[in-house]
Design a protein around this ligand. Structure first.
Ligand code: GLU
Length: 912
């Protein structure tokens, strides 16, 4: 019990000490100039609120000492500060102007009195007795993160004071930035006109909040507030800028805010001000009912100061100080240090006092002000804070699109769909300028266009396509013809674009539609929508004329080579048959079958007979002689096989030749063109086809490019129409390289022309828009929608097949090229091989038969084999003999040379 009472007494004494550690009334001084009326009010009402809220300062009251000083009048301000110090103040707040603030700060440093500022301070280090909110380098980081996320890489920074350069430092280090300082006075037009030269569409405005509106207004006057322009406004009071005037500009205006004006605490606070001032008999003007960031910071600074005083761990008295003397306040240091550390650590309950914290005694405390949570770094800078990222939306209403935090960087919370919806809203009822060129059937002038006005002059596939897209996206459009009739090519020397691309780059048009090919080079300069048509380069040429069949067209099924090979085969096989027949004993027969023992034998395969037999069988007629020996029969069979295949092939190919009318074209492909010099060829000057050949690394196309570029007179034309005209009139002496979709249109109407060969490349047409156009996504999705719904296909059919001038050309049924082509040696070569193989076999057989017979005769007649062989060979070589005597088998007694020939009819008689 005793212990409890003693403990209670100790706690009571400690609490009493704490409570009575602060004076009953604590003076705080506020110095304000004429530009800081709202800050002054915030200061006043913050003190009021602290005094009303008994939790913040339990026993003491704050007394606000306010001094009004002229702007930038340091002398006056220092006098006021001295007066405050004489009365005894715990802190000095303000002023806002830089020169005066620096002066006051050094006075406070000397007197060791806390000095609290809420103005932009560009210095990177702080005096000991001063804190500030928020920290410029952190703001610079916020700008950097946001611009990085917005993907700006090239922009102009407009700033009004050198202070800004500290914050903008990071931006200029990283990207291509043009920096310009706003001139004195309020005419910024000359500067803005100068900036217009850079053709940039991205601007960072780092100017005082009260100048932003004027800068934007003058930018709008000189045409720098278009849908393509983007502004990032660094002022933390973005929400206080009146953007009403720019709501229809379509310009993208992004900004940041530290104080959310929709916060309920803030609304309540402003209501308090209004009522408080009403009680004092003053109706608060409208512009003062909106909380500026600096006012909110002032409010938070006073609250934080009061909280720090409350949690102070030492008894404090506030002395009266004299500027002339060198005395100072001993507690100033503790207060400022505690204030810096306030948000990081809860105060120690250890009454040991001092500012020595150990980590286990301390814990993080979240201090929420109306400017968000408050946290200082060790140097007294508020480096960690959160920002809202805002964007001007429909009817100039600001929309929160993301947040920035020191650790999380810029985080845009808008979804892709929300962005697209915003763009679509922006597009509604806007009138877009559509630049085009007259190229049938994409865009054409109506026959009576002279009597018509505006869009009514035009018609065509692309015109209808834009109309469909405009219905989907709700915009209006005005068609106009490109001034120089060019689609857009880049000058190699100057790097400048011409034609449609130039107009888009200069923002003279909002989109362009025609047969404009999406190329890498153009894509780098401007934006393209999704492609609406796919195609490739091809050749348009005069249709080949029908060839009247030649007298010798029956020769066509085989090439000349095959005919020559066949003739050679015929002669060779005939001679071979003749020789083999002479060698084959079975081919030697008695011409008179009634003579049983003939004196001589005959061979029916004389040279002429052999040739007759071979030709007869070749023509499927047969002959009156037939081979009897195995070797000659093999030759005959192989020849018949050869004949069978050759005749069948001939017949089959002849049928194709006779039924298909042959159309002979000297050009079948780009290679054919490249190989020859007789037929000239060209393309549209400065178009994507022209660039394709100029930049190609493929040898064939390089050869074609050098032929085209060296040709005199020029083979390039001003338009596709001119090229087609030249092909029509050139009688086969000119071919035009053109895109397949256009060729398709032309050949439907000019029946004498045709597409030759396949596609040399593959590419697409797209709708071109200025670089970074906000409408690219909306237009692309509309093109996709039309593609998927089949509308594009319907439009194409309508303009290609049914459109004006369709000649309903009779489609030529192209014969099967394979069947109509001559049969080459490669087609029938195998037949020759089989024939040669068979012949070789026949020769082998004949040799065997011959030798076998010679050996037999040699044995029968008792002569040597070689002698007999020579005799037989001599007989064969002697081609004049077509009969030979029968050789009788000699008896052992009969050794007379006259009786050496055997009795069988296998011998022969020598008529000699
Ligand atoms: N479509 C082409 C272009 O966009 C024009 C025609 C061509 O070059 O064949 O440049």
């Amino acid at each position: 019990m005793k212990v409890t009472i003693i403990s209670a007494l100790i706690v009571f004494c400690w609490c009493s000490l704490r409570i009575f550690a602060l004076p009953d009334e604590i003076n705080i001084g506020g110095i304000f100039d004429a530009n800081s009326v709202v800050q002054k009010m915030a200061f006043k009402y913050a003190v009021d609120l602290v005094n009303r809220d008994r939790d913040t300062l339990t026993r003491s009251r704050l007394v606000a000492k306010i001094a009004d000083v002229p702007v930038d009048d340091s002398f006056h301000a220092s006098k006021k500060v001295c007066a405050f110090l004489k009365e005894g103040v715990a802190a000095i707040f303000g002023p806002q102007s830089e020169n005066t603030a620096n002066h006051i700060q050094s006075m406070c440093d000397t007197m060791r009195v806390p000095h609290i500022q809420t103005r932009w301070d560009y210095r990177l280090t702080r005096n000991e007795y001063s804190i500030n909110l928020p920290h410029p380098p952190s703001l610079g980081k916020a700008y950097y993160d946001i611009i990085f996320k917005l993907q700006w890489r090239n922009f102009v920074i407009l700033y009004d004071s050198v202070e800004g350069l500290v914050r903008l430092n990071q931006l200029s280090k990283k990207w291509t930035v043009t920096m310009r300082q706003l001139p004195e006075g309020d005419d910024y037009r000359p500067l803005l006109k100068d900036i217009r030269r850079f053709k940039t569409t991205h601007f960072v405005l780092d100017v005082a909040q009260d100048k932003v509106y004027e800068v934007l207004r003058q930018a709008a006057q000189i045409g720098l507030m278009r849908v393509y322009d983007n502004y990032f406004i660094t002022s933390l009071d973005f929400n206080l800028i009146n953007l009403e005037e720019f709501k229809d500009s379509g310009t993208n205006i992004t900004g940041i805010q530290l104080v959310d004006p929709h916060k309920p605490e803030l609304k309540k606070l402003i209501d308090d001000w209004v009522i408080g001032e009403q009680r004092a008999g003053w109706v608060l003007p409208l512009q003062m009912r909106r909380m500026t960031t600096e006012a909110a910071l002032m409010y938070d600074a006073v609250t934080l100061f009061a909280k720090t005083l409350h949690d102070l761990r030492e008894a404090v008295e506030i002395p009266r100080l004299h500027c002339e003397s060198d005395n100072s306040w001993q507690h100033g240091n503790s207060i400022i240090t505690d204030m810096k550390w306030y948000s990081w650590y809860a105060p120690s309950t250890d009454s040991g006092g001092g500012n020595v914290f150990t980590p286990n005694q301390l814990s993080y405390r979240k201090v929420d002000g109306i400017t968000g949570f408050i946290k200082f770094n060790t140097e007294g800078f508020r480096s960690d804070f959160n920002l809202d990222i805002l964007e001007m939306g429909q009817n100039a209403i600001l929309q929160k699109v993301g947040t920035w935090t020191l650790t999380g960087k810029a985080n845009f919370t808008r979804t892709w769909q929300q962005t697209e919806d915003a763009v679509e809203l922006n597009l509604q009822n806007r009138t877009l300028i559509v630049t085009t060129a007259i190229t049938p059937p994409y865009v054409m002038l109506k026959d009576d266009h002279e009597q018509r006005k505006g869009n009514d002059k035009f018609e065509g596939f692309c015109f209808d396509l834009i109309h469909e897209i405009s219905l989907l996206r709700g915009f209006n459009y005005t068609f106009k013809k490109v001034e120089d009739d060019s689609y857009g090519s880049k000058n190699r020397e100057t790097g400048e674009w011409d034609g449609i691309v130039r107009e888009l780059l200069d923002h003279k048009a909002d989109q362009s539609i025609v047969d404009l090919t999406i190329t890498y080079e153009r894509e780098e300069a401007v934006d393209f929508s999704m492609p609406f048509m796919n195609l490739g380069i091809s050749i348009i040429y005069k249709k080949p004329q029908k060839k009247s069949p030649s007298l010798f067209s029956f020769m066509s099924p085989f090439s000349a080579d095959v005919w020559i090979y066949m003739a050679t085969a015929y002669l060779g096989v005939s001679v071979l048959l003749f020789i083999l027949a002479r060698m084959a004993p079975d081919e030697w027969d008695c011409p008179y079958p009634c003579i049983e023992e003939p004196e001589e034998l005959e061979n029916s395969f004389t040279l002429l007979n052999s040739m007759w037999f071979i030709i007869g069988t070749f023509l499927c007629q047969g002959a009156d002689i037939a081979p009897k020996a195995v070797s000659t029969r093999i030759v005959a069979s192989i020849w018949w096989f050869f004949t069978l295949i050759m005749i069948s092939s001939y017949t089959a190919n002849l049928a194709a030749f006779l039924t298909v009318e042959r159309m002979d074209s000297p050009v079948e492909s780009a290679e054919d063109l490249a190989k020859q010099t007789k037929i000239k060829y060209g393309c549209k000057m400065g178009g994507s086809t022209y660039s394709f050949f100029r930049d190609s690394s493929i040898p064939t196309y390089q050869r074609m490019w050098s032929a085209m570029s060296n040709a005199r007179p020029t083979v390039f034309t001003k338009s596709n129409d001119a090229g087609v005209e030249r092909v029509s009139k050139s009688d086969g002496q000119y071919a035009f390289l053109m895109e397949s979709s256009s060729i398709e249109y032309v050949v439907e109407r000019k029946c004498e022309l045709t597409q030759v060969g396949g596609l040399l490349d593959s590419k697409s047409y797209g709708i071109a828009l200025p670089p970074n156009s906000p409408y690219t996504g909306a237009i692309s999705s509309a093109v996709l929608k039309l593609k998927e719904s089949g509308k594009l296909y319907i439009l194409k059919t309508q303009w290609w097949k049914k459109g004006k001038g369709n000649g309903n050309c009779q489609r030529e049924e192209k014969g099967d090229a394979a069947s109509a082509a001559e049969l080459g040696l490669e087609n029938v070569g195998g037949v020759f091989v089989v024939m040669v193989g068979g012949i070789a076999l026949a020769c082998l057989t004949a040799c065997c038969e011959f030798m076998w017979k010679a050996r037999k005769l040699a044995t029968d007649e008792g002569v040597s084999f070689s002698e007999e062989l020579c005799k037989e060979l001599l007989f064969i070589i002697n081609c004049s003999e077509n009969s030979k005597p029968v050789r009788k088998k000699s008896s052992p007694a009969n050794t007379d040379s006259s009786s050496i020939y055997g009795s069988s009819n296998y011998g022969y008689s020598d008529k000699k």
